[in-house]
Design a protein around this ligand. Structure first.
Ligand SMILES: Nc1ncnc2c1ncn2[C@@H]1O[C@H](COP(=O)(O)OP(=O)(O)OP(=O)(O)O)[C@@H](O)[C@H]1O
Ligand SMILES: [Mg+2]
Length: 341
């Protein structure tokens, strides 16, 4: 007897996202069975499950083979930029959120993932009230589109919090669900900014190691520099080899920003032999506190404030440093592979 599968059935049977099924339909139609029209609705026959799994496997093998449709799709993966610091309270969350807003204003679709396990607080700064988090993808099978909350200027906010830790204990089936969901996210956006907690804590480590690029938030405070160096050294020992940038926050003068950036990059170069590119600075500005009191990101609260202009420049500098070849691999797939170790 022929069984008829709806797209939801097929998604469940193959563990592929519906959007991916539709993409495969358009890209690999000749390798897939014809759909059946019944009562004005298209169904898949039972053979479609294997056919889609085969196409999915083949598609995955094509990663990196330039010029193929698969490679073109992979090129559409978002840049995944992790914002981190050695020490807490240096301005990561503020920079991550306002940077996303500026990317959005520059015509880039930006998502912020709240991966801070301790004080997940992007929603407070963004003035939103998320109902779900990454954890619900694992436990309730929600889709990424169902947990994303639209923040200011259309920025997508992915509440993570404790869900990030739950990932470390997830089963293979749950992980497959998560990979599909996170990959969906990387396809939907141009840039994904991951706001992490400070330091190399469990759960954050893998996000950092998987990211395409890491942005270190430094401050003129000497302990911030020492802690940042310690974190970078740990990443270096874990063989993180993709670009690392720094931004100096809460500076009083340009000279101070330049001194701090140089001290950090000099140290890293001298002792670890690797490069850190300073990508900008953000002045110390009472606008940040005033905007927070107002539950509004400072880039919206006062577009012309110094800090807002600083973050705008930061976004522009990061876009200038775009490295297209980075986008052919999924950072979140890397992340899930790291979790398995
Ligand atoms: N450029 C700035 N000028 C003035 N105050 C700032 C600036 N950047 C951040 N702050 C203030 O510093 C504090 C910490 O900021 P934020 O929460 O963004 O840091 P964080 O690194 O994400 O902290 P945590 O490590 O706790 O996650 C907040 O009170 C914020 O208002
Ligand atoms: Mg924070």
């Amino acid at each position: 007897m022929t069984s008829y599968l709806s797209i939801e059935d097929l998604a469940r049977e193959t563990a592929l996202e519906e959007s991916l099924i539709r993409f495969y339909e358009s890209e690999y139609s000749k390798d897939l069975p014809e759909k059946i029209l019944k009562g004005g609705v298209f169904f898949f026959d039972g053979g479609a499950v294997d056919a889609f799994k085969q196409v999915h496997l083949r598609h995955d093998k094509n990663i990196g083979a330039t010029g193929t449709p698969a490679a073109q799709l992979k090129n559409k993966y978002a840049r995944v930029l992790a914002v981190t610091s050695g020490k807490g309270g240096v301005g990561k969350t503020n920079i991550a959120l306002n940077l996303a807003i500026e990317f959005q204003r520059l015509g880039k679709m930006a998502l912020v993932v709240d991966a801070d396990l301790g004080m997940a607080n992007i929603h407070l700064l963004a003035g939103i009230h998320p109902e779900y988090s990454l954890k619900d993808i694992i436990t309730s099978g929600l889709k990424v589109s169902e947990i994303i909350v639209e923040g200011p200027e259309g920025v997508g906010i992915v509440p993570g919090g404790a869900g990030v830790l739950a990932l470390a204990d997830s089963t293979p089936v749950e992980r497959a669900r998560m990979v599909a969901a996170l990959e969906d996210m990387e396809r939907a956006a141009d840039i994904v900014i991951v706001d992490t907690g400070a330091g190399m804590t469990a759960g954050v480590r893998d996000f950092l190691l998987a990211a395409d690029e890491i942005l270190f938030v430094l401050t003129p405070d000497i302990t911030s520099l020492a802690d940042a160096y310690g974190l970078l050294k740990a990443l270096h020992h874990e063989k993180f080899s993709r670009p690392i940038y720094s931004v100096v926050n809460m500076v009083s003068t340009l000279q101070q920003a330049a001194d701090v950036a140089l001290r950090f990059s000099g140290c890293v170069q001298q002792f670890l032999g690797r490069e850190v590119v300073n990508i900008g600075y953000v002045m110390k500005d009472s606008t940040v506190g005033a905007a927070t009191m107002n539950r509004t990101p400072f880039s919206l609260f006062d577009k012309e404030a110094r800090v807002s202009k600083n973050v705008r420049n930061l976004a522009a500098a990061l876009l200038k440093n775009e490295m297209p070849e980075l986008k052919i691999n999924s950072a979140f797939k890397r992340y899930m592979n790291l979790l398995k170790k």
